[in-house]
Design a protein around this ligand. Structure first.
Ligand SMILES: C[S@@+](CC[C@H](N)C(=O)[O-])C[C@H]1O[C@@H](n2cnc3c(N)ncnc32)[C@H](O)[C@@H]1O
Length: 311
């Protein structure tokens, strides 16, 4: 469903959109801070949003997110400069932009899968692009709309999963940043991306990697089997993370041409985080390079970054 059909959330005021999407961000001032309701593309999301347990382990991530929105909203709402993780999240974005930047151009039609509160969308709007955002967490979409207000491009939002992606037309660029770790059916997800890209369109993709998480500061207890055997980190009702090797990424993206793939996030969010202090982006990129090129540390990346093209 689109913002075109959004309605008030309980008794919160929400003026209906009277024109057709996408909507110019510069016209969105009346919707600043407004929560809204819309039909999800996956009906299971309604119960989860209302606090019911998730029906499958991968969807337990959404349970975890709802809990964090209630208990620690300042951590989730990280585009707010007062968030304790604001600087780190933007520094991490700097790592992505260093790798992806040359493929982000003006006036593109962009699909931001699992776009969250809008960390990447903010960049596309700088380039006056149209950004369609899909996410199964309605609370994230509320912030995403608010953070779009006054930006240069245009927006539409869809409450749903990549597996249930509706036909939104063809895109120049699709981004799935830190999303494929959480999805139930990556094969359906990737084929939905493939059908939504123009020929020669670009996919910017990142996922959590197989090994580096185990030495990071947020490693959960009782996860030795995940490290040694399954590669799936599961904390019931909180986290379910499928980790990826270079080989499993290449298999998933076999219908695409992989233009480049790079191990990343050795320091920030990775095993060497506590060693690096508070670097600026230049220092961070230098540290990442050193760790990527060292024979011991090079396998301990927390993430993979990819640029792929639809053939
Ligand atoms: C770690 S966050 C990344 C958010 C954003 N891409 C960024 O880089 O800031 C993961 C996001 O994936 C979304 N997500 C989880 N399962 C999904 C699914 N099946 N389809 C699409 N998005 C999903 C979550 O709601 C969340 O917003």
């Amino acid at each position: 469903m689109s913002l075109e059909f959004a309605s008030p959330y309980y008794d919160h005021p929400f003026s209906p959109f009277t024109s057709t999407p996408p909507y110019l961000c510069q016209d969105l001032e009346p919707w600043l801070g407004c929560p809204f309701w819309m039909e999800p593309t996956d009906p299971r999301l309604i119960d989860i949003h209302n606090g019911e347990p998730a029906p499958t382990p991968p969807l337990e991530n959404l349970e975890g997110m709802i809990h964090y929105w209630q208990e620690n909203p300042e951590w989730m709402d990280f585009l707010n400069p007062n968030s304790p993780v604001h600087e780190d999240k933007l520094l991490e974005r700097g790592l992505y932009l260093d790798f992806w930047g040359e493929y982000i151009q003006s006036n593109q039609r962009v699909l931001d899968i699992g776009g969250g509160v809008g960390r990447l969308a903010q960049v596309f709007w700088e380039y006056e692009s149209e950004v369609q955002i899909v996410d199964p967490d309605l609370r994230s979409l509320w912030r995403n709309l608010t953070y779009s207000v006054g930006k240069k491009g245009s927006i539409d939002l869809h409450w749903g999963t990549i597996e249930t992606l509706p036909d939104l037309g063809l895109f120049d660029l699709i981004v799935a940043c830190e999303v494929f770790n959480y999805i139930e059916n990556p094969t359906i997800g990737i084929s939905n991306i493939h059908r939504s890209l123009k020929t020669d369109g670009i996919l910017l993709f990142s996922v959590e990697a197989r090994w580096g998480w185990a030495m990071s500061s947020d490693v959960p207890p009782d996860s030795l089997d995940a490290f040694l055997e399954t590669g799936i980190v599961h904390v019931p009702h909180d986290r379910w993370i499928r980790t990826f090797t270079e080989k499993s990424i290449r298999t998933l993206l076999s219908d695409f041409e992989i233009i480049k793939i790079q191990p990343s996030h050795y320091s920030l969010s990775g095993p060497f985080e506590l060693m690096i202090g508070e670097p600026n982006i230049k220092e961070l990129l230098k540290t990442e390079d050193k760790l990527r090129n060292h024979p011991i540390s090079n396998k301990l990346n927390r993430a993979w970054m990819v640029v792929a093209r639809k053939r």
